[in-house]
Write a protein that binds this ligand. Structure first.
Ligand code: ZN
Length: 539
């Protein structure tokens, strides 16, 4: 083989290799324990503070055991360090990570449905929530996202530059009021690492590879369900790896010795990768149900991570009542002052976790954060990166009040899905206009959405050159009627006032036999449907 050809062959081979093996081969899930060890060896102050922090957690177990019912909101500031445009992640990718954290820490994610029966009783809401910071310590308005253009193309592991504005990173915000989350390109393909309680304030937070944040944009399979951050924040709130980092021994060191009474995770020898099959036994757990490889503190793929146990939740809340208790007093997640016009998506009520039907009626809670009364909203929504529906709502939401809004039905498919919502408005504060919701559909039968806007008849159109289009949606403004062929080429477009029940004749005349699509693009929706055109009667 000619050298040049061999080189080309090798490149093609490598390309195919990476295509088929994905992002997982060369990744190292988490480097928190390595960082912890380095600091324990070289930083006597850290050693003392870490031990004090563990002890403080133990004491708080007796001091504030009733606090488990209160919801704790952690203000998050995300520092994006980018060396190119790809690494400068969108606000929406960042928000999708916050959405995932809230789903995971509330046990409202679709994955908990797959928790084996032996452990479903351990699936609990931690009542820990996350929100992008809305004000800095000076009371100034913030999006909760900082963006730093850096000349550093790859940060080495535990690189002090990450945490330093002068070295090409971004200084931490005060950890007493914020969780700092740095996103950057990490050398060595590490997905992330975190600072345990007791760490140096200037480097306290979590660091996440830009390819493992959220479930949009640059997030790469199999780390595109945001679980790297869920896992690292578990560390930030004191959790150890579920196998205890005890060099394949069965010492049960995932909980400290003084907390063995709340240890509710099976003893486990070493980390798991990919997606093991239940039950999985090892030398530390030799009988059913075996090891808990689907715990967030293992190393499995994102989609196979499912829950924290009550014992782990207890420890995390101890940290929030102990070493990190000042964050409970933070105002960082609250708006500093009202905007005049500021509609916000407060929460998604449907879909959540499991959808019982493939035809969903999404529900949103909208909050009026502005000082003006809200009277109308335009809402785009749809399945992942396809904001295909467009709904206009009108009504009254007073300043500070919320309103539950049900949107027209939308069809989905089987399996894990993400629905996205965006408010389109002349809004003074667009940061809170987007939200995503992960959920799962496990209903095999297809159900047609009754609210579907369009019917076309006759269908097929046979022996005549006119087809009739009927809209079921209420519509008063101008609508665009469009006709496409099967290749998606626009054949016809007309702007018309269309009201519910109106019948629109479409002249097909010279068109050839085939499949066509008609769409109606109105103020409140975009609907399309297909029909078959057979110009001549079949004999
Ligand atoms: Zn870890």
């Amino acid at each position: 083989m000619h050298d040049q050809n061999r080189y080309t062959f090798l490149k093609v081979f490598l390309f195919v290799f990476f295509l088929t093996t994905g992002f997982s081969q060369a990744q190292e899930r988490c480097k928190t324990h390595e960082w912890h060890h380095l600091k324990m060896q070289h930083d006597p102050q850290y050693r003392t503070r870490f031990q004090e922090s563990e002890q403080a957690g133990f004491q708080s177990q007796h001091l504030r055991s009733t606090s488990v019912d209160t919801t704790i909101i952690i203000p998050v500031v995300v520092h994006i360090l980018y060396n190119n445009n790809v690494q400068n992640l969108s606000d929406e990718q960042v928000q999708s990570q916050i959405d995932i954290l809230n789903e995971d820490f509330a046990a409202l994610n679709a994955s908990v449905l797959d928790v084996p029966g032996a452990w479903t009783g351990l699936v609990k809401d931690s009542k820990i929530r996350f929100k992008l910071a809305q004000q800095d310590l000076q009371g100034n308005r913030t999006s909760g996202i900082t963006r730093t253009s850096t000349s550093v193309s790859e940060f080495i592991l535990f690189d002090p530059a990450i945490f330093s504005t002068t070295l090409g990173g971004q200084d931490a915000w005060p950890r007493t009021s914020y969780l700092n989350l740095w996103v950057c390109n990490l050398q060595g393909n590490a997905l992330g690492f975190a600072a345990y309680p007791g760490s140096n304030a200037a480097q306290d937070g979590v660091v996440i590879n830009y390819r493992a944040l959220g479930r949009k944009g640059t997030a790469l399979s199999p780390y595109n369900f945001g679980r790297t951050s869920t896992h690292e924040i578990g560390h930030w709130l004191v959790l150890n790896h579920i196998w205890g980092d005890d060099n394949d021994n069965c010492l049960g060191k995932d909980f400290p010795l003084n907390q063995q009474n709340i240890d509710d995770t099976p003893n486990q020898a070493s980390p798991n990768f990919r997606c093991p099959r239940f039950p999985k036994l090892d030398e530390c757990s030799t009988s059913d149900p075996g090891i808990m490889y689907m715990n967030y503190m293992d190393y499995t793929d994102d989609k196979c991570m499912m829950f924290f146990t009550p014992g782990q939740i207890f420890r995390m809340r101890q940290t929030l009542d102990g070493t990190r208790d000042s964050i409970q007093l933070s105002q960082g997640h609250l708006l500093p002052s009202f905007y005049t016009k500021d509609a916000a998506i407060d929460s998604v009520l449907n879909p959540v976790k499991l959808a019982a039907t493939r035809c969903l009626q999404p529900q949103l809670r909208i909050r009026n954060n502005g000082s003006d009364t809200l009277t109308s909203l335009r809402i785009h929504y749809g399945l992942y990166e396809g904001l295909s529906k467009n709904h206009t709502w009108s009504g009254t939401i007073l300043p500070g009040a919320t309103e539950l809004i049900s949107l027209p039905e939308i069809g989905t498919a089987m399996g894990n899905q993400v629905m996205e919502f965006r408010l389109l408005s002349t809004d003074d504060n667009p940061v809170n206009n987007y939200m995503s919701a992960g959920f799962k559909v496990n209903v095999a039968t297809n159900s047609n959405c009754s609210g579907s806007g369009l019917t076309v008849y006759p269908n097929p159109v046979s022996g005549q050159s006119v087809v009739y289009v009927r809209s079921n949606q209420v519509q008063s403004q101008q609508s665009l009627v469009r006709l496409y062929n099967a290749l998606g080429q626009l054949l016809f477009e007309e702007s018309l006032p269309v009201n519910a029940g109106d019948i629109i004749p479409l002249e097909l005349g010279a068109l050839q036999a085939g499949v066509y699509f008609v769409s109606l693009d109105g103020d409140a929706f975009i609907e399309s449907t297909r029909f078959i055109y057979l110009p001549y009667e079949k004999n």
